[in-house]
Design a protein around this ligand. Sequence first.
Ligand SMILES: *Cc1c(COP(=O)(O)O)cnc(C)c1O
Length: 236
Amino acid sequence: MNSANQRLNNLKQSIEQATELAGRAAHSVTLLAVSKAQKINHIAELHAAGQTLFGENYLSEALPKIAALKDLNLEWHFIGPIQSNKTRDIASHFDWVQSLDRLKIAKRLNDQRPSSLPPLQVTLQVNLFSEETKSGTTEQALFELAKAVDAMPNLKLRGLMSIPPAQTECAKQKQQFEAIYTVFKQLQATYPDIDTLSMGMSGDMNQAIASGSTMVRVGTALFGERPADWKKHINE
Ligand SMILES: *Cc1c(COP(=O)(O)O)cnc(C)c1O
């Protein structure tokens, strides 16, 4: 077994263990492999090992990868902050957008999604903890945004994404994930079709799964540490 295979299998096992420990159904948590800073051949190796969902944060980094790997039929998720001038390429080259947090961007993605493609699958990014450095809509604005997105024919509302602040204290971490889960359930009461709560990364995925996450976004635990200077080459 090669190492991509081994890392993927180990991670999937940890996800299933956390799922079982939480008393949840087997395979109810999906793995998004976060491939920012990772080379094309490493993505191809993971695909050969059975992974099909990949997430990228920066358009300039993602486009060449998507083009190079187009024959593999990967499912690409955009998970980074979205600038208006990037929406056309995001709408044309991605299957999902997880970081949607404002109406102006939603309208552009809806207008620019090519009609030859199925609707763009979206999760709304919420920021419940008033962190000014992070993207995400407030809880107050969330329901209005959801209503608008739900009415857009070229976008399909799938749920929520959140990146709560890192906490060293387990109880604090749990409290944050549970607060996000509560908002997800409230949204689901209005939109019963939504099925995705994207929360949890390498460092906190077990707690996120215990609190109801349905999708974990994992980079480091799957590919290893990102090179310290990888952002130097990125032209946002
Ligand atoms: C980088 C990133 C991840 C993955 O983080 P790791 O700690 O490497 O697992 C997940 N979600 C988002 C939005 C990211 O930017």
